[in-house]
Unconditional design. Structure first.
Length: 187
């Protein structure tokens, strides 16, 4: 009888540990995944390399994504955390997940630095023509600063990144992902 109780208590402890990780960290992992999906959909898509440069890094240093492969966007899954890792993160107060880009030209792609072409224009490999705009880009202009007539092209809206992060869409995506695990949990 005592052994059975001890086994049930051990299982309860494991279940609570899993529940804690799920509620606190897995919901944040889903939020990071949703943010990456948004960034892939909104960002430049000429070759697809920038869309596939987004990665999610866990507080333990493991990364998922960031392949920079050409073509269509590849969904990124967040790294998993064990209960022990989650406790360490929770007690030392570090951020659960970081979303970033492995691209060497991320400042240009996010319209925070002037566009500069290093070498010939790469062949377009992404299927999507979302946001394609043609025109002339002024010398020292931003990637998305294309207007009038000309041969320059932009596959994402000018200032797409700052609009996403400052206009509330980022917050909405995170809030929606964080609320999912709690739906129906407490009534």
């Amino acid at each position: 009888m005592a052994r059975k109780f001890l086994n049930e208590l051990t299982q309860l402890s494991k279940d609570l540990d899993a529940l804690g990780v799920n509620l606190v960290f897995n919901s944040r992992a889903r939020a990071a995944e949703a943010v990456v999906k948004d960034l892939q959909e909104l960002g430049p898509a000429w070759t697809g390399k920038f869309r596939n440069s987004w990665y999610i890094e866990s507080p333990t240093g493991s990364r998922q994504g960031g392949s920079q492969s050409a073509g269509e966007a590849i969904p990124v899954k967040a790294p998993t955390l064990s209960g022990a890792d989650a406790r360490k993160v929770y007690t030392n107060g570090s951020k659960p997940f970081i979303v970033d880009s492995a691209s060497s030209y991320k400042e240009q792609a996010t319209d925070t630095a002037p566009f500069r072409l290093d070498g010939p224009v790469p062949r377009k490999t992404a299927e999507s023509d979302f946001g394609v705009k043609r025109g002339e880009r002024p010398d020292g202009g931003l990637r998305g600063d294309v207007s009038g007539s000309g041969g320059n092209r932009s596959t994402a809206e000018l200032n797409w990144f700052s609009k996403y992060s400052r206009a509330g869409k980022l917050d909405q995506t995170v809030k929606k992902a964080l609320s999912k695990p709690f739906k129906g949990f407490l009534k």
